[in-house]
Design a protein. Structure first.
Length: 163
């Protein structure tokens, strides 16, 4: 009889420990696995070079892949997926002048998808054609001056050797 009483007491102790600690452990586990919203940043709010970088991170988020969307309005009425994969950065290029909005979310295999990040806006404003032509002209002048300098140096070196 003494053995049965001790087993009953041990079972009561185990059950009370489970009842007390299970809600604490499960709430801690839920906070750790809750979907973390990635933070999206751009290296430039106004892109004049024809390209810009977007990167994102999730403050401890380990996602199997990410989805990056682009739209022409803040409501993302007609979004386009511009990237889907495991990387946490991408290079955007080839956009016409205008304003583009981006958002990203984490796609976790076997877990819920994270909420969308806060959208960011990037304005693409290419250099005017006149400025591009001016840069091209300046480069051509420097190239021709260098070429003339090399040719004249080679000729004067040849004259000195023949003396």
């Amino acid at each position: 009889m003494r053995i049965r009483a001790s087993i009953t007491e041990k079972l009561r102790l185990i059950i009370s420990v489970i009842v007390v600690f299970l809600p604490i452990a499960s709430s801690a586990w839920a906070t750790e696995t809750a979907a973390v919203v990635p933070e999206l940043v751009s290296d430039s709010r106004t892109a004049t070079a024809g390209f810009y970088h977007l990167k994102w991170q999730g403050n401890g988020l380990l996602a199997s892949s990410y989805e990056l969307q682009e739209a022409h309005d803040t409501e993302f009425t007609h979004p386009t997926i511009v990237y889907q994969g495991p990387d946490q950065a991408t290079l955007i290029s080839g956009r016409d002048n205008g304003q583009y909005f981006y958002r990203v979310r984490a796609l976790n295999q076997g877990q819920p998808t994270s909420p969308w990040s806060s959208p960011i806006a990037v304005t693409v404003r290419h250099h005017p054609p006149e400025r591009a032509f001016a840069f091209f002209t300046a480069g051509a002048i420097v190239f021709l001056a260098t070429l003339v300098l090399i040719i004249s140096g080679a000729r004067s070196s040849k004259k000195e050797r023949s003396k």
